[in-house]
Design a protein around this ligand. Structure first.
Ligand SMILES: [Zn+2]
Length: 72
């Protein structure tokens, strides 16, 4: 279920993660497009306590509580 609060949060925390889209190869870009993201966890407990947030290493997608933002 999409939470508008988490959606706004995704926009906010996106600025904290320097994703590597510019370094990703064509193959990695393809993997992201089919939803095979390279998730990395960043410790944001000081900023957003209690949220399970993961960032894709190769694109600008963010997963919060199991939901991927921004929605494709
Ligand atoms: Zn990705």
């Amino acid at each position: 279920m999409v939470n508008s609060e988490d959606s706004a949060l995704a926009v906010q925390v996106a600025k904290l993660w320097p994703h590597r889209e510019h370094e990703a190869s064509l193959l990695l870009g393809q993997l992201c497009r089919v939803g095979l993201h390279r998730w990395r966890r960043l410790d944001l407990t000081a900023i957003v306590p209690g949220k399970d947030i993961r960032f894709c290493f190769w694109c600008s997608k963010i997963e919060i509580e199991g939901i991927v933002y921004p929605k494709a």
